[in-house]
Design a protein around this ligand. Structure first.
Ligand SMILES: Nc1ncnc2c1ncn2[C@@H]1O[C@H](COP(=O)(O)OP(=O)(O)OP(=O)(O)O)[C@@H](O)[C@H]1O
Length: 240
């Protein structure tokens, strides 16, 4: 049975501006859920509540007891003084032996196709390569949930498509619970098994769609996605 994580009846305001006012949402474990929503509605705040960085004013998180989260941000936040290998190894659980750690790091580096760059420093890599390191690092971390805050915005379309491929390859090997915030309907269609569209604050769910096809392997321009794309754009208040 798929376990659920639930945010139940949460409220959160900043300066009397209610972002959430009795908001409830469920997330299935072991899948990628994408969250779309207008700028400033509270998506990052929602991730921070899930990551226990921000406390809601009221409401509860159910199923999060003892669970930890790792982040992938828009800007890859790598340690500049550590190599690719060092940045990934840094977050690995201490319970592994030296040999096991090396094997895990090598496997992740291979999955994001950075073989040959293991001993490079972040400053010697392109932006896309740095983002691949931060994806590998998030999966190296022994976290239960990966929280992604618009990690692909600012990248050009070809690179975005490649990173979606690398991401889904690494996710496939691991099937971690992922909550992925994005502005971009195509990114959500590419990766989400569940796609949730949020309204302006106070946040409500204005659309909730499911896609039962493997993440990252979808041709999102195919006619079979036209209907769901329209639903998502309409919910975002945009036209296609
Ligand atoms: N710590 C804080 N103190 C005061 N206001 C905050 C704080 N964090 C967020 N806000 C406000 O809450 C609102 C929602 O912010 P949040 O970053 O969660 O939205 P978002 O949906 O992620 O936005 P975007 O899509 O632009 O990244 C914004 O108006 C922001 O200024």
């Amino acid at each position: 049975m798929t376990m659920e994580l639930q945010i139940k009846n949460i409220s959160k305001s900043f300066n009397r501006n209610f972002l959430f006012d009795g908001f409830t949402v469920d997330f299935k474990e072991g899948i990628i859920t994408c969250i779309l929503g207008p700028s400033g509605c509270g998506k990052t705040t929602l991730l921070n509540i899930l990551g226990k960085i921000v406390s809601p004013d009221s409401g509860v998180l159910i199923g999060f007891e003892g669970k930890s989260a790792s982040y992938i941000f828009q800007e890859p936040r790598l340690l500049p003084w550590k190599t690719v290998r060092g940045n990934i190894e840094f977050v690995l659980s201490r319970k592994f032996s030296q040999a096991e750690r090396k094997e895990q790091v090598d496997r992740l580096i291979r999955l994001v196709e950075l073989d040959g760059f293991a001993d490079h420093y972040p400053s010697q890599l392109s932006g896309g390569m740095r983002q691949r390191v931060s994806i590998a690092r998030a999966f190296a971390s022994p976290s239960d949930v990966i929280l992604m805050d618009e990690p692909l915005s600012g990248l050009d379309i070809a690179l975005k498509r490649n990173i979606i491929q690398w991401f889904s390859q690494i996710w496939e090997a691991d099937k971690r619970t992922v909550i992925f915030v994005t502005h971009d309907v195509d990114e959500a269609l590419s990766l989400g098994e569940e796609i949730i569209v949020l309204s302006q604050a106070p946040v409500q769910i204005v659309a909730h769609e499911s896609i039962n096809e493997p993440a990252g392997k979808r041709d999102v321009q195919a006619p079979r996605f036209a209907e769901i794309r329209k639903t998502l754009f309409n919910a975002l208040g945009k036209t296609d």
